[in-house]
Design a binder for this molecule. Structure first.
Ligand code: CDP
Length: 256
């Protein structure tokens, strides 16, 4: 393995300098964290599954015209991505009340919302990613008014597409988090989807049983975390049957 320069290490991923200017390599770790990293674990195979699931989602989204940072998967744990300047906001889209929204507003978890709700949180671990309003975003210039419009429009398009995609495989898309970046190409700036889309960043419930197939299994000590992620990958047709799924889950290699 050639030594690559590490650019950034996050909770679940590492970014390395890419092979060409304007590219990065995104490496998916098996590390899981919750409650602002107060709870930690290593879940064998999670990174491999998230690499594949995120590849699948980004590819499908590109196919319906939603620009994103994904270029190609390099190996079991790494993908080549476009380098962007991350907009310091987490965009959360909710279809069903759960998690923080249920706690904050006293809406029972599982309540269908009257329409998709978009929330913004400031990306700041020290502050615990606080909820912010469009007023805050404009006043502190975290995103321009034009970018705000793009974030909302793109997030709702992602929601429409992914809700349908998951419903087709018997999964309810309860909520999810997106991150966006500023991509510069020949002096043209574009807002594109970045980061990852995986069961780490989405709430996914079985349509019939409401069984959780996402990171809440880890947050709430429900067990079977990677098994649930593998089930999502299996339903999406990313991994074939459970036997092969187990093969992928058990892979624990270092980056090639
Ligand atoms: O996850 P938690 O209950 O702390 O917060 P939430 O606001 O209810 O999360 C909404 C959705 O965004 C869930 O699908 C989370 O998994 C996801 N999320 C995330 O991926 N990263 C964060 N820093 C916060 C939320």
């Amino acid at each position: 393995m050639t030594r690559r320069r590490m650019i950034y290490e996050g909770k679940a991923k590492i970014l390395y300098e890419g092979p060409e200017p304007g590219t990065l390599v995104q490496y998916f770790k098996d590390d899981a964290t919750a409650f602002n990293a107060e709870k930690k674990a290593v879940l064998d195979g999670k990174g491999v599954l998230n690499n594949r699931i995120s590849e699948f989602m980004m590819t499908r989204l590109a196919g319906v015209g939603i620009p994103n940072h994904f270029i190609k998967r390099l190996n079991m744990r790494e993908q080549l991505i476009k380098k962007v300047e991350i907009i310091p906001l987490e965009v959360i889209v909710r279809n069903v009340a759960a998690g923080t929204m249920s706690k904050r507003l006293g809406v029972e978890e599982g309540t269908q919302l009257p329409r998709a709700i978009v929330e913004f949180c400031l990306k700041n671990d020290e502050l615990g990613d606080p909820l912010v309003s469009e007023e805050h975003i404009a006043a502190f210039n975290w995103a321009s008014p034009q970018e705000m419009d793009e974030l909302i429009a793109l997030s709702l398009r992602v929601n429409d597409f992914m809700s349908g995609l998951f419903a087709g495989v018997g999964i309810k898309l309860v909520d999810f988090k997106l991150e966006f970046g500023r991509h510069f190409e020949n002096d043209v700036q574009r807002t594109i989807l970045a980061d990852e889309i995986s069961p780490d960043s989405c709430r996914l419930w079985d349509l019939e049983t409401n069984e959780k197939l996402d990171k809440d299994r880890f947050r709430r000590d429900l067990g079977g975390v990677t098994e649930a992620y593998a089930e999502v990958a299996r339903r999406l047709g990313i991994i074939k049957e459970s036997a092969q799924g187990a093969e992928i889950v058990s892979f624990n290699g270092a980056p090639k």
